[in-house]
Design a binder for this molecule. Sequence first.
Ligand code: FES
Ligand SMILES: [Fe+2]
Length: 386
Amino acid sequence: MSARSGTDHGPRTIEAGAPPTRYARGWHCLGLAADFKDGRPHEIEAFGTKLVVFQAEGTGRLHVLDAYCPHMGGNLADGTIKGDALACPFHDWRWGGDGRCAGIPYAHRVPRRARTRAWRTLEENKQLFVWHDPQGASPPEGVTIPRIEGAFSGEWSDWTWHTLRIDGANCREIVDNVVDMAHFFYVHHSFPTYFKNVFEGHVATQYMTSDPREDMTAADTLSAQGRLRSEASYHGPSYMIDHLWTEVGDATVETVLINCHYPVAPDAFVLQYGALVKKLPGMSDEEAAQAAAQASEGLAAGFEEDVAIWRNKTRIDNPLLCDQDGPVYQLRRWYEQFYVDAEEVGAEMTDRFEFEIDTERAVTVWRAEVEANLASRRDAATAGEG
Ligand code: FES
Ligand SMILES: [Fe+2]
């Protein structure tokens, strides 16, 4: 072999720069709004700092402030809600939801410049969102969280909700899933048959149809009993709404899943997910709640499978792709819009981009693999009998 061919076909070197120290611009879901409405302040570790969420007693509104008090650094999450303000546990300075100091009981007057950082909030879909922008600007026109009608309808279950902190990985890992068809087969034990992505503006969508894998028991697979159609969109960098239609016997079960996260540090994030299920005719509230819990359990199992991969994988900036992989580079270009200054957002990040994987080859090979697994299981069963 010549030295030249060695250079042309040498092993690929993984490039893995440090994860960005900056956090994405956008709305980030902190959890179900009701969970913050218990009369206590709540600490949230996010964006490389600590925040505090509290509900004003009078207005009932949820507010988010920097957790550390600008007086002498007390942690407001250990404080007490007094009226519409949050009182610091250290010297009882009162902080309003707008970030202004609303009173210092032991002082003649409040210093004119006594202000802390108040984060812009939004309550939608019975969830609480906070706006993060390193440049300090307000959300641009049209950049908001779409309303999910099912969250406000008696025809649907209530939200299930789960929180999982992931250390040792940057949140780009979860966003990469949007284009990663093959991992659904290998990691999540479902069987994708149709897979398409569309990116446009601040929205990135994955359209997928998948079948259950006959070689897997229900416990092995997150895709339910029947064929599953899924339309999942990230609205901004971190909040995905996934509409799912599952065939169960003659019925189609409609589910909405939320998959969202917020960064804690460059190598840690908090993943949150929940489900709503539309009641089938004749379904009671309890049955709907049970169906939602089941959908949620499937999701939980799925995320655990992802986490097992993330825990031991490396960051990779130059993935080596094949023809049945989705558009990882284009997705990352889309994702980049949330990490650069607003003036730097280019058309290549936001222009409409569509890509459908021709799944023919993958489906053929996967079918054969499923058949082979079933055959060897049958053989093992026969041998057991004999
Ligand atoms: S540190 Fe908060 S009141 Fe003094
Ligand atoms: Fe995954």
